[in-house]
Design a protein around this ligand. Structure first.
Ligand code: IMP
Ligand code: MG
Length: 173
């Protein structure tokens, strides 16, 4: 067996309530224009699917696949793009949806890349933010929860591809 869950950090009910609020914030923030919600796979898949159902306006959904972690719990700082969105970004409001901001390196690299494609606006929505990065070039506009500086799993977040399916967020033993 692998590692076990140590402590529940955010319950299912807390997540559901916060995601509903975020949906309302996002709805209010984008009064006009085309909105493309761009999920960073795999970690954002559950968050994104809940979030878009609380955004009350027209939108499109696409995904990006970037890999920054191996099987360890420490950021390697390298980012690889494995899937690029099919949808064109030019002239659209792009909302990049991420599971967790740790060092922010993944996002820094992606924001630079996406910014070159002529979006009308480019913002980040992260379910969790560790607030450990000294200086992020791209601030996170929408944040679900401030996260403790522990390794978290569940609600899409993994450790070596395990635990993504658990409906709450927990820290690892
Ligand atoms: P960053 O580039 O260091 O900000 O790392 C971002 C990515 O690392 C996230 O999208 C996650 O996939 C992964 N990650 C960072 N911290 C955690 C954690 O506590 N649990 C699970 N994955 C994490
Ligand atoms: Mg991961």
């Amino acid at each position: 067996m692998g590692r076990a869950v140590k402590r529940i950090v955010f319950t299912e009910a807390q997540i559901a309530e916060r995601v509903r609020e975020l949906g309302a914030e996002i709805t209010a923030a984008y009064p006009e224009g085309e909105l493309l919600v761009l999920g960073l796979l795999k970690g954002s898949f559950i968050f994104l699917s809940d979030l878009v159902r609380h955004i009350r306006r027209s939108l499109q959904v696409d995904f990006l696949v970037a890999a920054s972690y191996g099987d360890g719990t420490v950021s390697s700082g390298t980012v690889r793009l494995l899937y690029d969105p099919e949808t064109k970004l030019e002239g659209k409001h792009i909302l990049l949806v991420e599971d967790i901001v740790d060092t922010g390196r993944t996002l820094g690299r992606l924001m630079d890349l996406l910014g070159q494609r002529g979006p009308k606006s480019l913002e980040i929505c992260a379910l969790l933010h560790k607030h450990i990065a000294e200086e992020l070039r791209h601030p996170t506009r929408f944040i679900g929860f401030d996260a403790p500086n522990e390794f978290l799993v569940g609600y899409g977040l993994d450790h070596a591809e395990n635990f993504r399916h658990i409906p709450y967020i927990a820290s690892l033993q």
